[in-house]
Structure formats: structure tokens, C-alpha cells
Design a protein around this ligand. Structure first.
Ligand SMILES: N[C@@H](CCC(=O)N[C@@H](CS)C(=O)NCC(=O)O)C(=O)O
Length: 236
């Protein structure tokens, strides 16, 4: 089956967590919103179409009769169906737990530059963003990264037992990549304390399964999405 994958065109966004799993798993999919002639309004029309389980927001995946949204939920599905996560219940829940923790940090990274409202421009909430950024850099980044470091410090160096990557390892790579882009100064300080996290970032970036994708034009550069670089929000 070729899945239909929907996400806003032009930014990696949350869609990238799903794309990395599809690409590394060699799973056929259509990037619907990027296809020629497809506009934002087409995405909205598809998203709001009458279906039994409608999505609230992209990313979402259409798999035959099923429409699956929520990034972690899509990955839970792909992980189970395509062997991108352990097969046993405890292992599946563990990988989902890490994915949900990644999602928490992603939401907080977004709220650094949009602490008041997503509907407002960054320029309309710069003062609050500065305060939010200080807390994120000082407290939240070490707390989340420290947790991931502890997880990866167990034998094997991957999130789950089994000696290989899962979809959550790919997502953690993407999260770290976003943090390196948005907070280069802070990450250069913190990287020393989280060698396992940085090693995972390096290892995933070198996975043979991902090379064709990472070097293709389909892997979009960072920009004005969830992870944004504003000099005034970064610091050592
Ligand atoms: N918890 C959802 C969040 C989905 C989400 O916030 N999608 C964004 C794009 S990354 C969106 O278009 N949101 C529209 C909205 O929240 O109104 C997930 O992890 O997939």
C-alpha cells in the first residue's frame, strides 16, 4: 500500500518525524501537499472532508479506510505495521512513551517563540518570548536532554533493546537537530553534558537507510517552523 501523507508544504515541521520513519523504513508514500498543483486550501479541504475519524491538524496519514493523525499515533501505527519498534507490548509502549516526551519538548520549543498565541506574529510577543527562552534554555533543555541521556546510557545506545533504531530514535535525532538550529550557543554548552544524545544524533545522521533522503531536496531546510533561530532567544 502507498500511504497518503499530508502536512503543510514548505517546512519540515511535525511532518518530518513521520517522514523520517517512512524514509528509513523504505515505506512507499505520497507527499500529497507537495504534489504539483496542491495548495494549502486542498490540504484543508482534505482534512475537513467527511470521514469517520477526522484529524484535528496535520500531520496525518491516510492508510486505506483509516485516517490517522497525531504524530505519535501515526508512528505507533507505522512502528507496529513495519517493524520500526519492538513487537512486544512493553517495548511498544516504551517507544511511544519516548515519542510523547519528544512531542512535549517540541511543543515547548515552539512556545519559546510563540509564548502567547500561535495566531500572533513573533514580533507581537517578543518580550514574553525572551522570558520564555531564558527558562527553556536554563531549565527545560537540561531536564529533557538529561532524561534522554539517561535513556541512551543503557547498553546498546538505542532507545529500545534489540540493537537497532526505532522510530523514536529517528525522532530524537530530528529534535536534537532542531535544537542545534534554534539554539546553537546553548547547545554548544550543553553538548558536553549529553554525549550519548549527541552520539545518537550523529549515528542516525549516518544511517545508510536515510542517506538518500537526507541528501535529497525532499529534506527541507529549517526555517520559520517549530524550531526557529532568533539570536536574542539563544544564549550560553
Ligand atoms: N499534537 C499534534 C499537534 C499537531 C499540530 O499542532 N499541528 C500543527 C502543525 S505542526 C498545526 O497545523 N496545528 C493547527 C492548530 O493547532 O490549529 C501532533 O503531535 O501531531
Amino acid at each position: 500500500m502507498t500511504y497518503e501523507f499530508w502536512y503543510w508544504n514548505g517546512i519540515p515541521g511535525r511532518g518530518e518525524f513521520v517522514r523520517l520513519a517512512l524514509e528509513a523504513g523504505g515505506i512507499p508514500y505520497r507527499e500529497c501537499a507537495r504534489e504539483q498543483g496542491v495548495e494549502t486550501s486542498d490540504l484543508v479541504a482534505d482534512m475537513t472532508a467527511d470521514r469517520p475519524h477526522p484529524p484535528f491538524a496535520p500531520p496525518y496519514l491516510v492508510a486505506g479506510d483509516m485516517t490517522i493523525s497525531q504524530t505519535a499515533n501515526i508512528l505507533l501505527f507505522l512502528g507496529e505495521r513495519h517493524g520500526l519498534a519492538p513487537a512486544d507490548l512493553a517495548g511498544r509502549l516504551w517507544v511511544n512513551q519516548i515519542q510523547l516526551t519528544i512531542a512535549d519538548m517540541v511543543a515547548e520549543a515552539h512556545d519559546v517563540h510563540h509564548p502567547i498565541a500561535s495566531e500572533l506574529y513573533y514580533e507581537e510577543q517578543k518580550t514574553e518570548a525572551r522570558r520564555r527562552a531564558e527558562h527553556f534554555r536554563e531549565h527545560r533543555m537540561p531536564k529533557f536532554l538529561g532524561y534522554f541521556e539517561r535513556v541512551l546510557s543503557r547498553p546498546g545506545g538505542w532507545i529500545a533493546d534489540g540493537g537497532r533504531w526505532t522510530y523514536a530514535d529517528l525522532s530524537l535525532y530530528h529534535l536534537v537537530d532542531g535544537l542545534l538550529y534554534a539554539f546553537p550557543k546553548r547547545m554548544s554548552t550543553l553538548a558536553r553534558d549529553y554525549p550519548q544524545v549527541m552520539a545518537l544524533h550523529e549515528r542516525v545522521s549516518n544511517l545508510p537507510e536515510l542517506q538518500a533522503y537526507l541528501t535529497s531536496g525532499r529534506r527541507l531546510p529549517w526555517g520559520d517552523g517549530i524550531f526557529r533561530h532568533y539570536q536574542e532567544l539563544d544564549g550560553n
